[in-house]
Design a protein around this ligand. Structure first.
Ligand SMILES: [Zn+2]
Length: 195
């Protein structure tokens, strides 16, 4: 699984041009059909799409290219999940957040619980990225709680990304930097975020 830009035409051009590196061996990926259809719930309505599948010209491994609008094993757009996390850190309960976003309360509770459980790992991961991109980064001041510190690290990493690579919404950067694994239990996806 590889997280790529949500713009399908650009991904296509990168695949054909041999510009996408294999996450396993750093060889170059080429087109290899499509994965099965997915439905991603976006703020603007359901988005039905078929992720591109790619094959490495080096190790022959195949990978599904997931748009950076998504997280692994989550049906909702990362931006919607991000809004819920921000509201949660600001002190709002999962029920009002769910009502506002039009998402089942149990789904929102699941995201927030997982974020709470992983907050320290998330903080460490995104701080490492920010420091790697900007070695002059000053000390990151405590934001008052583990989850607030995690969100602060995400914001700092997002700013570092934008300065280096250009504008991109912060939660899409989160998808890329966590290789889609922000809320998965498998910690290795966070450890090996593709950057
Ligand atoms: Zn490979």
């Amino acid at each position: 699984m590889l997280i790529v830009c949500a713009e399908q035409a650009r991904v296509e051009a990168e695949l054909l041009g041999g510009l996408l590196p294999c996450p396993s061996c750093r060889g170059m990926l080429g087109p290899w059909g499509h994965a099965r259809e997915r439905v991603t719930r976006r703020g603007s309505g359901d988005w039905r799409w078929r992720p591109r599948r790619a094959r490495c010209r080096g190790c022959q491994g195949t990978h599904v290219l997931l748009a950076d609008l998504c997280l692994l094993r989550r049906q909702d757009e990362v931006e919607v999940i991000g809004v819920a996390i921000e509201a949660h850190v600001a002190g709002e309960g999962h029920r009002p957040i769910a009502a506002r976003l039009g998402v089942p309360a149990g789904t929102v509770r699941g995201w927030l619980r997982r974020f709470d459980q992983r907050a320290e790992q998330v903080r460490a991961h995104f701080t490492r990225f920010a420091v790697a991109v900007d070695p002059m980064l000053g000390p990151v001041l405590p934001a008052g709680s583990v989850v607030a510190d995690a969100l602060e690290a995400i914001a700092i990493a997002g700013r570092a990304w934008v300065l280096r690579f250009g504008p991109c919404p912060v939660w899409r950067i989160v998808s890329r930097l966590s290789a889609g694994g922000l809320l998965t239990c498998n910690t290795s996806s966070l450890a090996t975020g593709a950057w």
